[in-house]
Design a protein around this ligand. Structure first.
Ligand SMILES: *[C@@H]1O[C@H](CO)[C@@H](O)[C@H](O)[C@H]1NC(C)=O
Ligand SMILES: *[C@@H]1O[C@H](CO)[C@@H](O)[C@H](O)[C@H]1NC(C)=O
Length: 363
């Protein structure tokens, strides 16, 4: 125990000499509760190497996941500190940092959407450092996105994007489309016809970096990372199964696999074309639930599914509960208010193009 503590304090001193002291998340990891005796200190010691210039930038994300899984939620702040920490880079070799470009990392939901501090000497670091500060409190939308892509989507791209296998590409070449709207389907489309082509993150083909020493530092390259070098441009990194999958426009709300929108349409389930009912739009949410005249039934189904199947984060579930409490009556605005409250203001209420003649007098 004693030698371990001493060893750690030496490592921290070395690390602090490289960075500003306030950025060093190591002491917080070492003193985090949970785990077996000495485990936090061991994890802290391992974490230092992930912040050095030679490390693959994905290594500290894997390490933060490990800290959380080994020590438990008491170590959340410490793990967030590691995700948000600046990684050193060798100024004699490059003048911009490398950021992890593996959309699966970090895997723990509470660690997603948090971006790192950047050396203040890098052009554009003011944007990145403000994002890092705020994302620790309110995580950025990271559904299906790597930390590199989250940064690009939020205005900072002066860095090298590097996947867990060490493949590097200029961040400016990442095409990150942050989709905010669900578009109308063509009239001829089949029933569940929400159509959205904008949600995809397009991946460019990357080439293996010639002198990467970083790959060796990666503990567990994921299957996704391993295949990302050859990912076809049309592939959708988002894990949602809904054709019109888009993320919430509200920062911090991560609905996981689902889009929690509601529609308000006539003629559903054999009803007449003047009889409007509510229904969840995402087939994954909707499973086993038909449409309903009472919006509260649909709202409850949506909120339940966020936990049961969607893997939504706590903020998204809380927003759902709040929206449930503020639900309106059996009118179209109930569905549009619901969608807006959850960050899908542009969602169509009638994605199936059901006849709207009966809407008059309904709202
Ligand atoms: C990126 O930052 C480096 C280091 O500060 C700077 O030399 C370079 O001009 C910047 N590139 C862009 C595109 O801003
Ligand atoms: C980020 O937070 C640190 C510590 O609170 C502060 O010193 C720094 O000025 C902040 N940076 C930005 C760009 O907001």
């Amino acid at each position: 125990m004693y030698t371990q503590a001493l060893f750690l304090s030496v490592l921290v001193a070395i690390a602090e000499a490289r960075f500003g002291q306030e950025q060093i998340p190591i002491p917080a990891i070492a003193s985090a509760p949970g785990g077996t005796s000495g485990e936090a200190q061991t994890l802290a010691g391992q974490s230092i190497s992930t912040l050095l210039g030679a490390a693959n930038p994905c290594a500290k994300l894997t390490q933060a996941d490990l800290i959380l899984s080994e020590l438990g939620s008491g170590a959340l702040e410490a793990a967030i500190g590691l995700v948000a920490a600046e990684q050193n880079f060798n100024n004699f070799v490059v003048d911009i940092p490398s950021i992890c470009n593996d959309p699966t990392l970090p895997t723990s939901l509470p660690l997603r959407g948090i971006t790192p501090l950047i050396d203040p000497g890098v052009v554009g670091s003011d944007i990145a450092n403000a994002l890092s500060n705020s994302s620790k409190i309110t995580p950025l939308n990271a559904v299906g996105l790597s930390v590199a892509e989250v940064l690009v989507a939020n205005g900072f791209s002066n860095f090298t994007a590097e996947d867990a296998a060490g493949n590097k590409v200029a961040a400016s070449t990442l095409e990150v489309v942050s989709a905010v709207s669900i578009e109308v389907a063509p009239v001829s489309a089949t029933p569940v016809a929400v159509n959205c082509g904008a949600a995809a993150t397009t991946f460019v083909t990357v080439t293996k970096a010639a002198q990467s020493t970083a790959a060796a530092a990666v503990a567990q390259p994921s299957a996704a990372a391993a295949s990302s070098a050859a990912r076809p441009a049309s592939s959708n990194a988002v894990t949602g199964v809904f054709t019109g999958f888009v993320a919430s426009t509200i920062a911090g709300l991560d609905f996981g696999l689902c889009v929690p929108t509601m529609k308000f349409e006539p003629g559903l389930d054999g009803r007449s074309d003047t009889e409007f009912t509510f229904q969840a739009q995402d087939p994954l949410i909707n499973k086993g639930q038909e449409e309903a005249l009472n919006p509260a039934i649909i709202a409850k189904k949506i909120c339940d599914q966020l936990t049961n199947v969607c893997n939504a984060n706590a903020a998204a579930k809380a927003a759902c509960t709040t929206a449930e409490g503020a639900l309106g009556g059996k009118v179209a605005s109930t569905a549009s208010n619901w969608n807006t409250q959850l960050g899908f203001a542009d969602a169509l209420l009638n994605p199936d193009n059901a006849p709207q003649a009966g809407l008059v007098g309904h709202d």
